[in-house]
Design a protein around this ligand. Structure first.
Ligand SMILES: [Zn+2]
Ligand SMILES: [Zn+2]
Length: 499
């Protein structure tokens, strides 16, 4: 209540301060590349090079950063975004500006992969070069030579960073990285893409090499029983748009309809130059357990579904701009809040799909700061197993290794460290979830004894954000989810076919 009163008070002072107060906060609105988050040793290399010659350090090569990740590099992926080709993506802003904002958000957040998921209206009316946001300076990627449709578009940012853009759709299901439309006309596409069925999943996989996802699993009608018959590759285990939308909050997530709205408005106006608009969603952020319950139930049925985080960005929730010139729900802000870390061998379409099919990925709430040095894998006497792999307990002993992330040096700082907790979560063969280890230290080492699925979650109390939240200091003492990994699976015996 006190916080609410202070929020209202701040808003009342807006007319006094709106013209003269400027934002005094130093804020980095460009995220580091995902490769910089792979290992802190790379960060140390950068810092030592910088202090040695007192010049801006060169970025370390991707090759030098890939060594510690068993041949993988870390890539950052936005997996649910709406371009101006969705009917509802842009309000109070021109389509051209919206399009420019979208492309610029890819570069500012150093996204490596973008899977656009436009609504059938108007996605079905457009062909692939256009759906891929192709511009003359970009490079189209073809699978079967230039006589076929392009499957992706590679854009190069002004700093040389490259972004691979793919197209798909969101309707009753969501398709990522389609290589082509599966129907020839807009009418037939609209009819087909609006279905929710295993038949459509299989067509999308077979004819368009798509990753098929169930978005918005917070929906009450989306029971594990219904989801289990849809031949899915992945499900959303968080959706930022649903977390913000008053109706979804109330109807599906059990939250208060307008809670957090006044706090958000204060970030928007920022009357005293004390609140960073990128943190406007802090008061909304909560990962409800409705997602994990459905995910756990599906995994217990033997469905190794990859969990993904959707930012579901539309620039349409709020009119007007914040002091930094971006809309409060700008593409840049929303795709900074929620991204997916993918372990890939290279930055290609096929590796993007391999990582998602396998579940070699984790969801990161990077609006809280960039985590560096996170890792989760298993070791047996003979091999190293990655996320998505299965351990056979009758064959061998297996040790799980989880590595605690720290805050990247370019993330916001307030002279006080965040409190980070690393948790090993066990999902048993009936879908019951428990925390089997929790530590504030640097790592977890755990011998697998029981069949089931194991994932890691990292919580953060974001005290490092204290300087940027104005009167909302108490919110930086609250624990937020920072990372949710996919699973490493354990079964007693190998399946008969592999004996
Ligand atoms: Zn929409
Ligand atoms: Zn959406």
């Amino acid at each position: 209540m006190i916080a609410q009163r202070r929020a209202l008070l701040n808003l009342l002072f807006v007319p006094l301060c709106f013209i003269s107060c400027t934002n005094k906060l130093a804020w980095n609105n460009v995220l580091p590349t995902a490769r910089e988050l792979l290992t802190s040793s790379a960060t140390e290399l950068q810092i030592s090079a910088s202090s040695r010659d007192n010049q801006a350090p060169d970025s370390p090569s991707s090759q030098s950063l890939s060594k510690n990740k068993r041949g993988y590099v870390l890539a950052r992926a936005a997996l649910h975004m709406h371009s101006p080709y969705s009917y509802d993506a842009c309000t109070s802003i021109s389509k051209d500006q919206c399009y420019a904002d979208l492309r610029s958000s890819f570069c500012k957040n150093h996204l490596d992969f973008v899977a656009l998921t436009d609504h059938p209206s108007h996605m079905t009316e457009l062909e692939f070069p256009k759906l891929l946001l192709n511009e003359p300076e970009d490079e189209l990627i073809f699978q079967n030579g230039q006589n076929s449709d392009p499957i992706a578009n590679r854009m190069t940012c002004s700093d040389g960073h490259k972004v691979l853009i793919m197209a798909g759709f969101e309707s009753q299901m969501m398709a990522l990285g389609m290589t082509q439309h599966i129907e020839p006309t807009p009418e037939r596409r609209s009819e087909e893409y609006s279905k929710r069925s295993s038949e459509l999943s299989l067509r999308l996989k077979n004819e368009a090499d798509a990753i098929v996802v169930m978005p918005h699993t917070e929906g009450k009608g989306k029971t594990p029983e219904k989801l289990s018959n849809l031949s899915l590759d992945a499900i959303e285990i968080y959706n930022l748009h649903a977390n913000i939308s008053p109706k979804t909050r109330a109807d599906e997530l059990g939250l208060t309809y307008f809670s957090g709205l006044i706090d958000l408005l204060v970030y928007w106006v920022d009357p005293f130059g004390e609140q960073q608009a990128d943190l406007a969603f802090l008061s909304f952020m909560t990962v409800r357990d409705v997602y994990a319950k459905k995910w756990d139930a599906l995994i217990a049925q033997g469905q190794h579904l990859t969990g993904i985080g959707g930012n579901d960005a539309h620039q349409s929730l709020f009119p007007g701009k914040a002091k930094d010139g971006d809309k409060i729900d700008s593409y840049r802000r929303l795709s900074r809040w929620v991204a997916n870390g993918l372990l890939v061998q290279d930055l290609t379409v096929s590796e993007f799909k391999n990582a998602l099919r396998k579940g070699r990925s984790w969801v990161t709430f990077e609006g809280l700061g960039s985590p560096v040095d996170f890792d989760f894998f298993a070791e047996t006497p003979n091999q190293t197993l990655e996320l998505g792999d299965t351990v056979y307990l009758s064959d061998q002993t297996a040790i799980l290794h989880a590595q605690m992330p720290t805050l990247h040096h370019s993330s916001p700082q307030s002279g006080v460290s965040p409190k980070i907790t690393l948790k090993l979560i066990y999902v048993d063969t009936r879908g019951n979830e428990s925390v089997i280890e929790s530590t504030g230290n640097s790592a977890i080492r755990h011998e697998i004894k029981s069949p089931g699925a194991y994932r890691v979650e990292v919580d953060i109390i974001p005290r490092h954000l204290k300087r940027f939240v104005g009167y909302q200091k108490e919110i930086t003492e609250r624990a937020f989810k920072w990372i949710i990994s996919n699973h490493i699976y354990a079964v007693s015996e190998p399946p008969p076919s592999s004996l």
